[in-house]
Design a binder for this molecule. Structure first.
Ligand SMILES: NC(=O)c1ccc[n+]([C@@H]2O[C@H](COP(=O)([O-])OP(=O)(O)OC[C@H]3O[C@@H](n4cnc5c(N)ncnc54)[C@H](O)[C@@H]3O)[C@@H](O)[C@H]2O)c1
Length: 355
């Protein structure tokens, strides 16, 4: 028997969920709902039922699972309503605006015995999975730096994302994805956080941040996002990764990643006196690369795409595997966000009590 789905909130991402549900084996989209009826005019599925009141959709017995894809500040109430109606829930990120909201949502889901997960589908982004695979392989030795950087060009943040009261700003938008990716990659306690968070060209909400996370296993991760980091470099306005260990490095540029694993034939070989003359004067440590000193390897061939979030959900629904995205992980992301704001507001390093 197919698993019946409903979507509450049929805006930008609601449409994406529709297509994903339609292409997921064993899933059937029963109904969609949006308070603005015209948003549902271009629904791709011919026979889908349409509602403007979520209660009508939540009453449908054929619906097993609801996807909640409404504005961030509305997630908490809708999750509680869906749980009370006995529906399993996939909620969009950020799951809530803070830990207190998440606690209320989780309590309702536990009380009504429903599945509760969050659409952190960027755990399946190919560029991320490639870097994670290199991390997991251990081939770079002791990793000491991970850099994750995302650059935009015109400060573009659309619709409600520019207002605080709706849960706008880039930390709640891409920030929770980038933080989640790092936390899910580094299997160690997070010890401290330093954050620089700014409104560069937006009035109310953050549109730039640099976060520095120090982990107990001596990894330091740096996440930088700007909606207005102008250059004319090709491929710049995409996701960039750099990871360095004591046996090599890896870089990856772009959502369809171009990059290499880079190692050296002369690790720790002392080369005194070899001076390179550069335009900025002579240097012994930072000149041009001599011939034959580094060699490269291809990035691992990782096949990963966001639809796999749904594949995992369907298997978890059938009791065949664990849900990929778990609520305690989301609580950790929200706790980290709170520490990020504390650090930024007070201009200090915040010691993080990880658990
Ligand atoms: N996982 C991702 O990569 C990703 C990408 C984009 C957006 N999102 C998340 O999805 C959510 C929605 O973002 P969006 O960009 O699609 O916003 P959007 O404004 O395009 O869509 C939200 C829709 O919800 C509707 N809505 C509001 N209240 C409702 C209610 N009570 N009942 C029914 N419909 C209601 C609105 O009318 C609107 O059409 C946000 O939480 C956002 O953070 C996630």
């Amino acid at each position: 028997m197919k698993i019946g789905f409903g979507i509450i909130g049929f805006g930008y991402v609601g449409h994406k969920h529709e297509l994903k549900i339609m292409e997921t084996e064993g899933a059937e989209l029963i109904a969609i709902c949006d308070v603005v009826p015209e948003r549902m005019d271009d629904a791709a599925s011919a026979n889908v039922r349409k509602y403007t009141d979520a209660e009508e959709l939540l009453k449908l017995e054929e619906i097993d699972t609801v996807v909640i894809s409404i504005e961030n500040h509305l997630h908490k109430d809708m999750v509680i309503r869906a749980a009370s109606a006995g529906k399993n829930i996939i909620c969009e990120k950020p799951v809530g605006l803070n830990v207190q909201e998440l606690d209320e949502m989780e309590a309702a889901c536990k009380e009504h015995g429903v599945i509760f997960t969050v659409h952190q589908q960027r755990r399946y982004d190919r560029d991320y999975r490639i870097i994670k695979e290199v991390y997991d392989s251990g081939e770079l030795g002791d990793i000491y730096t991970i850099q994750s950087k995302l650059c935009g060009f015109n400060g573009n943040m659309h619709d409600w994302h520019v207002y605080k009261k709706y849960g706008g700003g880039m930390l709640y938008d891409w920030g929770v994805h980038l933080i989640d990716q790092i936390l899910w990659m580094v299997p160690a306690k997070l010890c401290s956080i330093y954050a620089d968070v700014r409104n560069v060209i937006n009035f109310e909400v953050d549109d730039y941040f640099k976060l520095i996370f120090k982990f107990e296993n001596h990894v330091t991760a740096e996440i930088e996002l700007g909606t207005y980091l102008l250059t004319d470099k090709p491929n710049w306005f995409e996701h960039h990764w750099f990871m360095g260990g004591n046996k090599g490095s890896v870089y990856s540029d772009g959502f369809n990643p171009q990059g290499k694993i880079v190692k050296t034939t002369r690790l720790l070989t002392n080369t005194p006196g070899e001076t390179t003359m550069t335009f900025a004067g002579p240097t012994r440590s930072f000149g041009a690369l001599p011939e034959g000193v580094v060699y490269t390897e291809e990035l691992p061939n990782v096949q990963s795409e966001q639809i796999m979030f749904y594949h995992n959900y369907m298997k978890a629904r059938a009791g065949e595997e664990e849900l990929l995205v778990k609520i305690p992980e989301m609580r950790r992301v929200l706790r980290v966000l709170a520490a990020v704001w504390e650090s930024a507001n007070e201009n200090k390093v915040v010691m993080f009590e990880d658990n």
